[in-house]
Design a protein around this ligand. Structure first.
Ligand code: TYD
Ligand code: MG
Length: 456
């Protein structure tokens, strides 16, 4: 083991240095801001951009060669698209997600389908044999993949510098540690230092690095959040563990847009791209079922439709339960309160369960109308026609509000064969007529109820 380098503790709020850890910074009196860093790295400011001892001179911008041109295609349409057209050489990409969501699967699957690239796959969580077993399951061509089961960063960088791979994958940042810090692997200072050193390696060598980082269950992002400003690209993996769909969402991208999402399906042989999510997420039931409503959602730049399912039943044990999978339960409570107050539905003695099809997590406010319609449909036990869909937000006073890019949602709904879509009356611009679909404008929740369930 290499000799420990001297470390200092410094305050992330004011920069005050101390030889030992303290709960409260004596200078600025902030709590829990002291982190550990190697003494010399601390001196070269962040220690991230500049190499030690080098002194750079300004260069005219037009003389700087543009390196970003040759992107590396990962031979995975969805992944390439979300990266903005492939991987940029020398970039550091962080893929974050809850444990078990499939980060290791995705990161191993990529090189298995890129036999022409030499990939160094560094694993800190699994043994070489475990990776091999997984690779066998995933199929593909393993001839370009080299496995390194190692957690000490100095060794990893030494091996990588020697091998000069075309791509390096590190699974995961939480298991890696550098000898220059005394804190345990996975601590904030270790995670930051590991990421900063990998970034420097990527920039110096031109090798693109994909780094996996886990998010803790309670939503507090133990790794990725504190790394966002260090890395070039942050992709977040989402989905319900039980559901088979996974959504990869761009959170930050120095080389492209972040409004893209990629959808994958987890199968027995790894993750498969879902190029057209709507076609999977809208089950075209032959007979309509009560408690379901289809929402025309927009995630990123791509509209897609999926089914919202609700179950309303009498509360068995006094206090009514509200539970939502893939949807914010507070938003559900708000929508139920709107139904109660503005439309006179007494749902306070009813259990309400809400589920987004395919285990998707949805944050688009355009789902409100579909949620309300699904809840009412279950409440009345009356099925909505299966060729109807919804795209609008619901406000606190029961007004139905417009959502961005309604025209694109309508076009996608028409493409999938929907015959009717409910939108807000308050849309400022004129919506172009789309063949085959009737656009119904509604202004308030009572008006929607009348349009859907009059006489029921
Ligand atoms: P994994 O990639 O190990 O998750 P992470 O690295 O994010 O912790 O895999 C997560 C789950 O995926 C695991 O519980 C089993 C499942 N899985 C499949 O369904 N099919 C497959 O081909 C593989 C490799 C995994
Ligand atoms: Mg893993």
């Amino acid at each position: 083991m290499a000799a420990k380098t001297k470390t200092v503790w410094y305050c992330t709020a004011c920069g005050n240095e101390s030889p030992k850890w303290m709960g409260q910074c004596p200078a600025c009196k902030e709590w829990n801001t002291m982190v550990e860093a190697p003494a010399e790295a601390r001196k070269s400011s962040s220690g991230v951009a500049a190499g030690a001892g080098t002194h750079r001179h300004p260069t005219a911008l037009h003389e700087v060669s543009s390196l970003g041109e040759a992107r590396i295609s990962l031979c995975n349409g969805e992944l390439d698209r979300i990266l903005g057209g492939g991987l940029v050489p020398g970039s550091l990409v962080l893929i974050g997600g809850e444990p078990g969501i499939g980060e290791s699967t995705l990161s191993l699957q990529v090189p298995l389908h890129l036999p022409s690239l030499r990939t160094l796959y560094v694993t800190g969580e699994e043994s070489e044999r475990q990776v091999k077993l997984r690779a066998d399951r995933l199929g593909g061509d393993p001839s370009g993949v080299f496995i390194l089961a190692e957690t000490q960063l100095e060794n990893i960088i030494a091996e990588a510098s020697e091998m000069k791979p075309d791509l390096m994958i590190v699974d995961s940042v939480q298991t890696m540690y550098t000898d220059t810090l005394e804190s345990t692997p996975g601590s904030v200072s270790q995670i930051k230092e590991v990421a900063a050193r990998l970034l420097r390696f990527a920039k110096d060598s031109g090798v693109p690095v994909i780094l996996i980082g886990h998010i803790t269950k309670d939503g507090f992002i133990a790794g990725p959040k504190i790394l966002e400003h260090i890395v070039d690209v942050v992709l977040q993996f989402e989905g319900e563990n039980r559901g088979s769909y996974r959504v990869l969402r761009g959170i930050k991208n120095r080389f492209g847009s972040t409004s893209e999402i990629a959808v994958f399906e987890m199968t027995g042989s790894g993750l498969h791209e879902v190029a057209n999510p709507s076609e999977l997420l809208v089950p075209m039931h032959e007979e309509a079922l009560s408690g379901t409503a289809v929402c025309a959602m927009l995630d990123g730049t791509r509209p897609f439709l999926f089914e919202v399912q609700a179950l309303v039943s009498s509360a068995a044990y006094g206090t009514a339960q509200r539970s939502a999978t893939g949807f914010d339960v507070r938003r559900l409570n708000m929508l139920l309160a709107v139904l109660e107050k503005r439309a006179g539905f007494h749902l306070s003695a009813k259990d309400v369960f809400l589920n987004m099809a395919g285990g998707l997590k949805v944050a688009d406010p355009a789902c409100d109308l579909a949620v309300i319609s699904a809840v009412l449909s279950s409440n009345f036990d009356y099925a909505l026609p299966s060729d109807v869909c919804f795209a609008a937000e619901v406000g606190l006073s029961g007004e139905i509000r417009p959502v961005p890019q309604t025209d694109r949602r309508i076009a996608e709904a028409a493409r999938l064969g929907f015959k009717k879509i409910y939108v807000s009356s308050y849309i400022a611009k004129d919506l172009p007529a789309v063949a085959g679909i009737k656009v119904v404008k509604v202004a308030s929740v009572p008006e929607l109820v009348k349009a859907l369930f009059s006489g029921k």
